[in-house]
Design a protein. Structure first.
Length: 357
């Protein structure tokens, strides 16, 4: 690649955000290759903000001969700034946009998604290359009119990988007698994540098989009414053991993975689903619905359920909790899969695309 700088543009750079963590990893990789690499963010918060420049500084600091990389996951002004800039080469990394109809309970987010889909068509005309973090997402790019596309999965940096691998070493395997089964969900508290189904599955497990708890980790600020409806449901049904943990640091999140027996992913729409990769590194078996890119990300690991039935989640959890051989088989399959989500793997993949010309 005949340039001296590769810069990134993101709507938000913040601690604990999957796309932000990936953006920081890419910057580290490109700097290790000898490139100048800046991150321009429309908004920045937490420790990550120290590595961001404001979007308004891009015109002064990003030169015409530089490569610009934009991470697209929602509608925002950052996309417009990227389209307007006269870079030598423009590359899109596409992380999927949730369908607006899936966000009906969060109208502000639905409007942003609608804008993001419109911008995707404009981005197709501006970009030399578009990379998606799953084949499922790459097909969206083709439909939007991109002519050169590829797949480059999200990866975890070495520090985050080590953090989650430590969780695997700390976890006792399977159930012990009548010990409480420990379930976990991770993600922003949004309607299409369907945390209500996970809550119902935990309640069914309690009634049919024994004591269980469910911890839900993720921020609720984007759809507060939906989050409040989940709390009201738990209270009205008197379901024990349901805990909303809020957004956590990576260190606290790793402890949650270490303290769980089974991970529930009932989401209706995912373009990749980073928590699944975190589960793989953490040695936590996954039970997931067969929607979006979830089966692709798991790649044969985990238990994928074809029906949207909380009873099947409860029954599958019971199978895992009472069958040590199956439990270990799932962990081993996931462990083999997560090699694709390491820094070494993503560096090799990046060289194919970024250094090709």
């Amino acid at each position: 690649m005949k340039c001296h700088a590769i810069h990134q543009i993101v709507p938000t750079l913040a601690d604990g955000d999957a796309i932000s963590s990936y953006t920081l990893l890419l910057q580290d990789v490109w700097k290790s290759w000898g490139f100048v690499s800046l991150i321009f963010a429309q908004m920045a918060a937490g420790r990550a903000a120290s590595r961001a420049s404001g979007l308004g500084r891009m015109s002064a600091r990003a030169q015409e001969g530089d490569v610009l990389v934009y991470h697209h996951s929602t509608g925002c002004d950052a996309a417009e700034a990227f389209i307007r800039h006269q870079a030598a080469r423009k590359i899109l990394i596409y992380h999927n946009i949730a369908p607006p109809e899936a966000l009906a309970e969060a109208p502000a987010l639905a409007a942003r998604s609608q804008r993001g889909l419109r911008q995707l068509r404009d981005l197709a005309e501006a970009c030399d290359l578009a990379l998606a973090d799953s084949e499922y997402n790459r097909r969206d790019l083709e439909k939007a009119g991109f002519t050169r596309t590829g797949v480059m999965s999200i990866a975890l940096g070495n520090d985050r990988q080590s953090l989650f691998e430590a969780a695997a070493r700390d976890r006792p395997r399977g159930a012990a007698g009548d010990r409480t089964a420990r379930f976990l969900c991770v993600g922003r508290i949004l309607p299409h994540k369907r945390f209500g189904m996970a809550i119902e599955a935990a309640a069914l497990y309690q009634r049919a098989f024994g004591p269980a708890r469910l911890r839900i980790v993720g921020g609720s600020g984007e759809a507060p009414e939906y989050a409040a409806s989940l709390t009201r449901y738990v209270e009205s049904q008197k379901i024990a053991g349901i805990e909303f943990m809020g957004k956590l640091t990576d260190e606290a999140l790793a402890r949650e993975y270490a303290g769980a027996d089974v991970y529930f992913c009932p989401s209706l729409h995912e373009g990749f689903c980073v928590p699944l990769a975190e589960c793989m590194f953490s040695g936590l078996p996954v039970i997931a619905s067969a929607h979006g890119a979830v089966p692709e990300t798991l790649g044969g690991g985990g238990l994928v359920i074809g029906e949207d039935d909380p009873a099947m989640y409860a029954e599958s959890a019971r199978r895992l909790m009472t069958d040590p051989a199956l439990y270990q088989h799932i962990i081993d399959a996931q462990r083999a899969r997560c090699v694709l989500f390491t820094r070494a793997s993503i560096e090799a993949r990046m060289r194919e695309f970024f250094m090709a010309s």
